[in-house]
Write a protein that binds this ligand. Structure first.
Ligand code: ATP
Length: 199
């Protein structure tokens, strides 16, 4: 499921809608310092559900919205869309093409869409985790990450393999089931207390 297009609008230095087409093979992005190369990989991680503003070099998630320049006023919204060629059904959806978008307004929360249908962050994460990638995966290696991986502890490195093997998704599901079990147990305790009071 190759990534074929990245559409950025109002995200960081990309004030105007910009479409980057990725053809087969390797795509190189070159440009002077500060021209926005890292902003491109950050845009990809952002759509995939990146929740840490710090890891996107900001202090608040709204910092990803174009903040204005000498010649242009700031914008009030940002959106990024990733378009995948899904003819191999690497993403577990029937459609031959999958577009995943994230939007943010200065005034509000992020919104996620898969093929123009509004979804939850959880659905976006599940879509990517099922295919063995996530915003932290080795599908995206930013500056400094190679050193970080080589110097990481074995337990940290294990997470990388777990993700590639698709285990991480099941771990998340297990964690959710455990939380649900805890909530149910709490409810049972409360019901038992009520029964005792009433009998
Ligand atoms: P280098 O080669 O030095 O690593 P780069 O090409 O990767 O640079 P980026 O770090 O992607 O460049 O881009 C930095 C630029 O993005 C800076 O000019 C910065 O002012 C601009 N920028 C970051 N956030 C915003 C924002 N919210 N609004 C407007 N511009 C922004």
């Amino acid at each position: 499921m190759p990534l074929t297009e990245l559409i950025i609008n109002g995200f960081k230095s990309f004030a105007d809608e910009t479409t980057i087409h990725f053809s087969k093979g390797i795509t190189g992005i070159v440009g002077p310092n500060g021209s926005g190369k890292s902003n491109i990989t950050e845009a990809i991680r952002w759509v995939m559900g990146e929740a840490s503003a710090k890891s996107l070099r900001g202090s608040n998630m709204k910092d990803v919205i174009f903040a204005g320049s000498d010649t242009r006023p700031p914008l009030n919204r940002a959106s990024v869309t990733l378009v995948f060629d899904n003819s191999d059904h690497g993403l577990s959806m029937d459609s031959e093409q999958v577009a995943v978008s994230r939007r943010i307004l200065r005034a509000g929360e992020s919104e996620y869409l898969i093929n123009n249908q509004q979804v939850r962050l959880k659905d976006v994460r599940a879509l990517f985790l099922d295919s063995g990638i996530s915003q932290n995966s080795l599908a995206i290696i930013s500056q400094g990450r190679v050193d970080q991986i080589l110097n990481s502890r074995p337990e940290e490195r294990r997470v990388i393999f777990e993700e590639a093997a698709g285990v991480l998704h099941f771990k998340e599901q297990k964690h959710e089931a455990e939380l649900e079990l805890e909530r149910t147990n709490d409810n049972l305790i409360r019901i038992n207390d009520l029964v005792k009071e009433l009998s």
